[in-house]
Design a protein around this ligand. Structure first.
Ligand SMILES: NC(=O)c1ccc[n+]([C@@H]2O[C@H](COP(=O)([O-])OP(=O)(O)OC[C@H]3O[C@@H](n4cnc5c(N)ncnc54)[C@H](OP(=O)(O)O)[C@@H]3O)[C@@H](O)[C@H]2O)c1
Length: 293
């Protein structure tokens, strides 16, 4: 049986550690980490994420600021909030919940966030620093994956990692983190996407497979080799009449097929997902405590 990489338990552990560090920071310096979230519109999934971020902040002693704006807010009004938060010393990090309504240019908003408070790690300056190996805010899902490798003692050095997916928030940053010449990385990385004629040519060679494609159960047993470590980033809703909500969540990996071949695997839910909020809190703590400077 594979090792189950338990993101839920690891996230709880990280949040408990942060709670202690926050109390110490406050006692030593009077600083209380402040995380702000801007939610424009009423996207139901975004509302759930924002509520859970607020709850997580409160549990560990952070100040949490949530600003909700109507869906028809202008780009100018959104940029004004970003500008105000860039200059607010009580806010150590903030995020603009995506997706934004269609009439607002997401890139323009992301670019307006000060890289010093970019705890989502989405600003081009953050990604650029990541690529050349400088200290930066690492976007939260890739940071969570790296933390899982560390805490489960999965040695990356010289391993062949295949990353399926090249999004700016998952695929590109995790691939770039893993080939860095650092003790926690130093892997050989292949990136796959829809341009690959047959992704299984690559995935079958993976010592470690990271799937971030958003296609339910795409990866089957025949796509991986024995002993592979599988990180399933996908969070996909599939209709399921047997569930009270009418759907269930599934990853990009067919867990029932792939788990028996794997040496370690993340479940969905309860794998990478819970790590994302933990790393958002961790980034905010780093900003408040000056760890990144
Ligand atoms: N756990 C978390 O906290 C967390 C965070 C973020 C995302 N997610 C989940 O992770 C998944 C990916 O999210 P994302 O934002 O990275 O996705 P995205 O922006 O939609 O990008 C998907 C990537 O997968 C590639 N792809 C799609 N279908 C493919 C196929 N059949 N074969 C090969 N490559 C394929 C796409 O290739 P092209 O570039 O060629 O189009 C693209 O690069 C989603 O299920 C999302 O919900 C989870």
């Amino acid at each position: 049986m594979p090792t189950i990489i338990d993101g839920k338990a690891t996230s709880a552990q990280i949040r408990a550690e942060l709670k202690e560090k926050t109390a110490k920071l406050k006692a030593d310096t009077g600083i209380i980490p402040g995380l702000a979230v801007l939610l424009v519109g009423a996207d139901p999934a975004s509302q759930i994420y924002v509520n859970s971020k607020e709850k997580a902040c409160k549990e560990i002693g952070f100040n949490s600021i949530i600003k909700r704006m109507p869906a028809d807010s202008s780009e100018k009004d959104v940029l004004a909030v970003v500008e105000a938060w860039n200059n607010d010393p009580a806010i150590h990090g903030f995020i603009v919940q995506l997706p934004l309504p269609k009439h607002i240019d997401e890139d323009k908003v992301i670019n307006a966030v000060s890289p010093d408070k970019d705890v989502d790690g989405f600003h081009p300056a953050s990604l650029g620093r990541l690529v050349i190996g400088l200290p930066c805010f690492v976007s939260c899902t890739p940071a969570g994956i790296m933390e899982l490798f560390k805490r489960y003692n999965i040695d990356m050095k010289g391993k062949h990692v295949v990353v399926l997916g090249r999004s700016n928030i998952v695929g590109k940053p995790i691939a770039n983190l893993l080939y860095q010449k650092t003790p926690e990385a130093n892997a050989v990385v292949t990136i796959c996407h829809t341009g690959a004629k047959d992704f299984s040519v690559y995935t079958k060679q993976a010592d470690i497979l990271i799937a971030a494609v958003g296609v339910p159960d795409l990866i089957k047993a025949e796509h991986v080799k024995d002993g592979v470590v599988v990180i399933d980033v996908g969070i996909n809703r599939v209709d399921d009449d047997t569930k009270p909500r009418g759907y269930r969540l599934t990853g990009d990996v067919d867990y029932a097929q792939v788990a028996p071949k794997a040496s370690a695997i993340t479940p969905v839910p309860g794998g990478v997902g819970p790590m994302t909020i933990a790393m958002l809190l961790s980034n905010t703590f780093k900003s408040a405590s000056g760890e990144l400077k």
